[in-house]
Design a protein around this ligand. Structure first.
Ligand SMILES: [Zn+2]
Length: 314
């Protein structure tokens, strides 16, 4: 959707504020190296909920340091007042600094207290932006980010049934929206988290400088288990450190199913050096015997693919 809006309407800088209870790991991954896309996820702490990611030290790739922001919050304490503190102290100041052309709210409603697979403590009235006038300052705060008229705002909601006014609020017996005894302790934790996030944002240029002091390319690797098909994928990622664009990116993928893939990605507004690097990687892929080779050129809106003779289809 974002790339379509960019092409159709000439939008450049985009901010995504993800308020689903789960960390937005997929969105984070897609925009990890994009300095023009600010991704902010406010979610239940990954130590207590799938997908187990979204920690403070996940801040974006070396060409986009600071444009990934994670605000993990402990389970059971995320009433509107806990949600509003990050909005007021972290999200709004960062949005002011980033100056996006478009803000997208990726709005899951699974932080409702009756949701069976999460552990948050939102009420339906706190979640719903079409409520009658707010009864307290916290609900007003909750609407600060998402009711701004400028810049443009787009809201995408998951789980539309959850938290909708009119639904029976006590879907599960015994559940109550309540203040837990531990909430005071968690309040202090929220404050510490917000202070750390803001500190990282303010120091992002110094952090980027340190990361980019190593010339050449930055690498990371990860192992992913697909429980649907019961296999592991190992990814080795290399990004060219670049002062002029998001950097040419290559991902080598192998799995215990013996299929090897080289995926090369060129960002929007790629500089000539990264452009050459990406096409060189694509050309060299044949000699390295990858089964499948892809190149996604976002500058030219081009997608190339080739495969080794005799390689199985994906
Ligand atoms: Zn570049």
């Amino acid at each position: 959707m974002i790339e379509y809006l960019r092409r159709a309407y000439g939008i450049d800088r985009v901010a995504i504020v993800d308020t689903d209870c789960h960390h937005g790991d997929g969105t984070q991954d897609i925009y990890w190296h994009d300095p023009d896309t600010l991704f902010i996820s406010i979610h239940q702490d990954g130590r207590t909920l799938y997908p187990g990611s979204g920690f403070l030290n996940e801040i974006g790739g070396p060409n986009a340091v600071g444009t990934t922001i994670n605000i993990p919050l402990p389970p059971h304490t995320l009433r509107m007042k806990a949600f509003c503190m990050p909005s007021k102290k972290v999200v709004l100041p960062i949005l002011e600094d980033f100056k996006p052309d478009l803000i997208i709210n990726s709005a899951g409603q699974d932080n409702h207290y009756s949701d069976p697979i999460t552990n948050m403590n939102f009420s339906a009235r706190g979640l719903c932006r079409t409520d009658p006038p707010a009864q307290g300052r916290h609900r007003r705060s909750g609407r600060r980010v998402f009711h701004r008229r400028r810049p443009a705002l787009c809201q995408y909601r998951h789980h539309p049934g959850h938290g909708r006014p009119g639904l029976q609020p006590f879907a599960r017996a015994g559940l109550r929206s309540q203040t837990l005894p531990s909430e005071r302790r968690y309040h202090a934790q929220h404050q510490t988290t917000c202070a750390k996030v803001l500190q990282t944002w303010r120091q992002r240029e110094a952090v980027a400088e340190a990361l980019r002091a190593r010339p050449g390319c930055d690498k990371r690797s990860r192992k992913i288990f697909y429980d649907t098909d019961q296999y592991y994928e190992v990814q080795a990622e290399t990004v060219r450190i670049c002062d002029d664009c998001g950097g040419a990116l290559r991902i080598e993928s192998s799995s215990d199913r013996s299929i090897s893939i080289l995926a090369v990605h060129l960002p929007r507004k790629a500089c000539p050096v990264c452009r050459k690097q990406a096409y060189d990687w694509y050309a060299e892929g044949d000699a390295k015997q990858f089964d499948h080779i892809f190149l996604q050129d976002n500058t030219e809106d081009l997608y190339l693919t080739k495969k080794k003779k005799g390689s199985p289809e994906q």
